[in-house]
Design a protein around this ligand. Structure first.
Ligand code: NAP
Length: 259
């Protein structure tokens, strides 16, 4: 299927690894002119090179912390007025709700709610003027099925989800769509670190805990970043033009509800 977005520009946040990289790869493969950002320069350059080799595209990079205003300024200086905006950032750490300070909450809100809102505020007006825009926010399955130890994530992402529910309807007549993509367990550095921590805590070998994690998954495997990227690219395509304000769960059947 031709996604109809060849030649469009995209800013993909937090994309030197994991889900963001999967999205950048899929968009580049569709002929989108992609700019990726992350804080670490080395992994970012490696990701751009890898995407270039796999897709033949030239991928632009910008070293930036998307949770800061300075980082967002740098990102938009490198990729002004993108047609496609993929919002993403690292997830907050797990913990106990009794321990979280105001500062912890502000950091979580900055990373997983306010940075996305700030970027939408700055990018959407030009999308509206052009009559085309696609925003995809990478959130989490925890929005639908909260995870207790990830309370900072549940709260911050819940706030973003509520904001997008209203804004997407307001923008419905304009040709700009906003959707949230909710990952369940995907095989990325982040989830491996979580399993390493769990293995250390329980004094078990990593391999045993990893096998257990896979066994718990309905498909007996985790999602791949390629699968995630393909869904993201579809949401950015012309074919998804009638779809806005949705929370698309991509979790291999892990959520056990009917709807
Ligand atoms: P990952 O493999 O650890 O990759 C995270 C990427 O984000 C890296 O490129 C990292 O590069 C970049 N990044 C982190 N903080 C950043 C910041 N402040 N500014 C710019 N770039 C930043 O993580 P992932 O698994 O792809 O997860 C992506 C998001 O999805 C996270 O919010 C995570 O909580 C959420 N999620 C993931 C899963 C899963 O199963 N993987 C499930 C549910 C939700 P630098 O560190 O160099 O900046």
């Amino acid at each position: 299927m031709n996604l109809g977005i060849t030649g469009r520009t995209a800013l993909v946040c937090a994309a030197s690894k994991g889900l963001g990289k999967g999205c950048a790869m899929a968009l580049a493969a569709e002929g989108v002119r992609v700019t990726i950002l992350a804080r670490g320069a080395e992994a970012l350059a490696a990701a751009a090179a890898e995407i270039g080799v796999q897709t033949g595209a030239t991928v632009h990079t910008v070293v930036a912390d998307i949770t800061t205003e300075e980082g967002r300024d740098r990102a938009l200086a490198a990729c002004p007025d993108p047609d496609i905006l993929i919002n993403n950032a690292g997830g907050p750490p797990p913990g106990d709700w009794r321990d979280w300070t105001r500062q912890d909450w502000i950091a979580a809100l900055d990373a997983n709610m306010l940075s996305a809102i700030e970027l939408m505020k700055r990018c959407i007006p030009a999308m509206v003027e052009r009559g085309f825009g696609r925003v995809v926010n990478i959130t989490s399955s925890a929005v639908k099925e909260p995870i207790g130890v990830l309370g900072l994530s549940n709260g911050a992402r819940g706030g973003l989800t509520g904001f997008v529910a209203g804004l997407s309807r307001e923008l419905a007549p304009t040709g700009v769509t906003i959707n949230n993509l909710l990952p369940g367990p995907f095989d990325t550095d982040r989830i491996r670190k979580v399993v390493v921590a769990r293995a250390q805590k329980e004094g078990r070998p990593f391999e045993e805990m990893w096998a257990k994690r896979l066994q718990e998954a309905p498909m007996r495997r985790l999602g791949t970043i390629e699968e995630f990227g393909a869904t993201c690219a579809f949401l950015c395509s012309v074919h998804a033009g009638y779809m806005t304000g949705q929370n698309v769960l991509l979790d291999g059947g892990a959520y056990r509800g009917t709807m």
